[in-house]
Write a protein of this length. Structure first.
Length: 94
């Protein structure tokens, strides 16, 4: 049972992180082109290898910043804030 819970937690946090990154990139369209250029350049030079993934510095920075601002533990994503506000108002806490 512990292994199943651990796997669920790992998959859940990974999928939520990726979802938050996609929300953030959709909200900040000015980052799409620089990230795309970096990915194309690195993939052309190194392919889809571990070394190539390590060279995608802009993508890594964007994902880290996205996780920092709207990570799983923060509950700070606008969708989460709206959901929590709705819950609190229905419970009479606001």
């Amino acid at each position: 049972m512990k292994i199943m819970l651990t796997n669920f937690a790992a998959i859940h946090t990974t999928s939520v992180t990726l979802t938050n990154v996609l929300f953030d990139i959709a909200a900040r369209r000015e980052y799409v082109e620089p990230l795309r250029e970096e990915m194309e350049e690195v993939i052309r030079a190194h392919g889809w290898t571990k070394e190539g993934m390590g060279k995608m510095r802009k993508l890594d920075s964007f994902m880290k910043e996205s996780s920092r601002l709207s990570g799983v533990a923060t509950g700070e994503h606008p969708l989460y804030r709206g959901y929590f506000y709705m819950l609190l108002t229905r419970c009479g806490r606001f």
